[in-house]
Design a protein around this ligand. Structure first.
Ligand SMILES: [Zn+2]
Length: 273
C-alpha cells in the first residue's frame, strides 16, 4: 500500500497524472480562475457616450478593466476616436462588434434593422471583410492583434449559413447572448454566454456574481446603456453597487477583460486535456 501522507505534493501530482486523475481534479478545482473562485467580465456594447462618461471613470477609479464592443460606424465611435484610444491605453479591451452592426431583419421585433445593414442582404464574404476591417480599425487605435468579438444582436448566421467557424482564426473568442454561466472546462469559446442587463437592481447583479462564486463559473455581464442612452439600460447606482462588490471581493473574483479570460480558458483547457 502507498502511504499518501508521506508523499510530497509534487509526487502526488505526478501520481495523479500517471493515474489519469488530472481531469477529475480540475473538475473539482475550487479556484480555477488564477487561484480565484470565479471570473467576471464586464462587457459594454455599441460604443455609447455613457461608456466613456459613466462606466470608464468608475472602472478606472477602482482599477477594474472592461471590454468595450465597438461598431466603427456608430456616432459616438466616430465622434470620439481619441477617447476610445485613451480607453485602450488604460488597459481596457476594444472588442470587435463589426463596422455596421448587421443583424437579421426578418425576426420579430427587428423592424429597426435598416435594409442596408440587414444580415439577410449580406454575402458571407462581405460580412467577413467587414469584420476584418473592424479589426484593422481597432488595431490602429490599440496596436493589438489579439481581441474578441461580439455577435451583433447575437446573430450567428446569414440565412442558414453560420459564420462562427469562419472567424475562429480572427479572434481569441466570441461572446454570445445566451444567459448562462459556465465552468472553465465547459466553455464554448466561440459562443460564450452573457447576461444581458436591463433594469436589474444592484442586489440582483450581485446575486449573479455570488452564483458564479458558488459554481466556480465564468460570468459575463452584457451592458448597453449605463445611466441612459439606450433602451437596454442599467442604472448608475446598480452598476456602481456591482463594481464595488467586485472590488471588495477581489480575493474570490477575477475581474478582467474578456480577451484575457478567454486566453486563460484556452490555455487551461489545453493543459488539462
Ligand atoms: Zn450591439
Amino acid at each position: 500500500m502507498l502511504k499518501l501522507k508521506n508523499l510530497s505534493f509534487l509526487q502526488i501530482s505526478a501520481l495523479n497524472f500517471l493515474l489519469g486523475f488530472g481531469s477529475t481534479m480540475n473538475a473539482q478545482d475550487k479556484s480555477p480562475w488564477q487561484g480565484k473562485a470565479c471570473a467576471v467580465s464586464l462587457t459594454y456594447d455599441d460604443a455609447l457616450n455613457v461608456h466613456l462618461d459613466n462606466a470608464i471613470p468608475l472602472l478606472d477609479s477602482l482599477g477594474l478593466k472592461g471590454t468595450f464592443y465597438l461598431s466603427g460606424y456608430f456616432p459616438a465611435f466616430r465622434a470620439r476616436v481619441a477617447d476610445w484610444k485613451a480607453v485602450a491605453d488604460k488597459g481596457h479591451e476594444l472588442g470587435n462588434h463589426t463596422l455596421f452592426h448587421p443583424c437579421t431583419g426578418k425576426l420579430p421585433g427587428r423592424e429597426w434593422v435598416p435594409p442596408d445593414y440587414d444580415l439577410g442582404n449580406y454575402t458571407m464574404q462581405r460580412l467577413l471583410d467587414e469584420i476584418r476591417m473592424a479589426n484593422t480599425l481597432l488595431e490602429a487605435l490599440d496596436s493589438k492583434t489579439q481581441r474578441t468579438f461580439a455577435y451583433p444582436c447575437g446573430d450567428m448566421k446569414i440565412g442558414d449559413s453560420s459564420y462562427v467557424d469562419k472567424i475562429r482564426n480572427d479572434f481569441v473568442a466570441a461572446r454570445g447572448v445566451k444567459s448562462e454561466m459556465s465552468r472553465i472546462n465547459e466553455i464554448d469559446l466561440f459562443n460564450v454566454g452573457a447576461y444581458m442587463i436591463n433594469g436589474q437592481s444592484g442586489a440582483e447583479l450581485i446575486d449573479l456574481v455570488k452564483q458564479a462564486i458558488k459554481s466556480n463559473a465564468l460570468l459575463v455581464f452584457l451592458f448597453h446603456g449605463v445611466g441612459g442612452e439606450h433602451s437596454l439600460n442599467v442604472s448608475l447606482s446598480a452598476h456602481r453597487e456591482l463594481l464595488l462588490f467586485l472590488k471588495q471581493n477581489e480575493k474570490d473574483i477575477w475581474t478582467a477583460p474578456f480577451v484575457d479570460i478567454a486566453e486563460y480558458v484556452r490555455q487551461y483547457n489545453r493543459g488539462s486535456r
